[in-house]
Design a protein around this ligand. Sequence first.
Ligand code: HEM
Ligand code: HEM
Length: 188
Amino acid sequence: MALYNTEHGYGALTKALHWLVVALFAFQFAAANIMLRLDENATAMGVGQSTYYNWHKSIGLVALVVAVLRVLARRRGQLPEWAPTLSARKRAFIHRAEQVLYIAMFVMPVSGFLYVMAGGYGVNLFGVWELPNPIGTLPALAAGAKWTHIASAYVLTATLVGHVGLVLWHTLVLKDRLIRRMLPRRGV
Ligand code: HEM
Ligand code: HEM
C-alpha cells in the first residue's frame, strides 16, 4: 500500500490519520460529556472533574496537530477516484460533509483554546506544562469562542451521523464494501 493517496485509493498515512482522528474525537466527546455532568469534587471511573477538563484540553490540542498533518498528507498525493457505487448526489453530499469535517478539525480545537485562554482558565498540558496565555483575558472573546465551540460540536455531530451513516448503509445494506476504502489492505 502506498504511503500517500494515489488515484487507486487512500494511502497508509491518510488511513492511519483518519482512524487516529476517530479515536481522538471519540475521546473528546466522551470526556466533554463526563466533565460537564460531573460535580467539582465527584469522580467518574476514579478520575476527578479537573482531570477530565485537563485531558479534554490536552488531547484537543493533540488533535489540532494531527489535523495539520492530515491536511499536509492529503496535499502530497492524488485524490482517489470516487467509489463507482456512489451516485452523483451522494458524491456531492460526501464532498460537502468531508469539507465540514475538515473545517471542524480546526474550528473545534481553536475555539476551545481561545475560550479557555480568553476566559482565564488556561491549559495545563497533560498536567505537566502550564501553557503561556498569548491573548490575555478577554471576556467577550471567551463568550464568542465558547458559543462557537458548542455550536460547532452540534454541527460536527450532525455531519458525523451523515458521514458514518452513509458509509454503514453502503457497507452493510448495499454491501459494496465502501468502508474498505479507508481500511488497511495490501496492494495499492
Ligand atoms: C478535537 C477537538 C475538540 C473536540 C471534538 C471538542 C468537543 C467538545 C464537546 C462535544 C464539548 C461539549 C459541548 C456542549 O456543551 O455540548 C466540549 C466542551 C468543552 N471543550 Fe472541547 N473539544 C475539542 C477541543 C478542545 C480544546 C483544545 C479545548 C481547550 C484547550 C476545549 C475546551 C472545552 C471546554 C472548556 C468545554 C466546556 C464548555 C462549557 O463549559 O460548556 N476543547 N468540547
Ligand atoms: C466510525 C466512524 C467513521 C467511519 C466508519 C468513517 C469512514 C470513512 C470512509 C469509509 C471514508 C472514505 C470515503 C470514500 O472516499 O469512499 C472516510 C473519509 C473521510 N472521513 Fe471518515 N469515518 C468515520 C469517522 C470520521 C471522523 C470522526 C472524521 C473527522 C472528524 C472523519 C473524516 C473523514 C474525512 C475528512 C474523509 C475524507 C478523507 C479525504 O478525502 O482526505 N471520519 N471516512
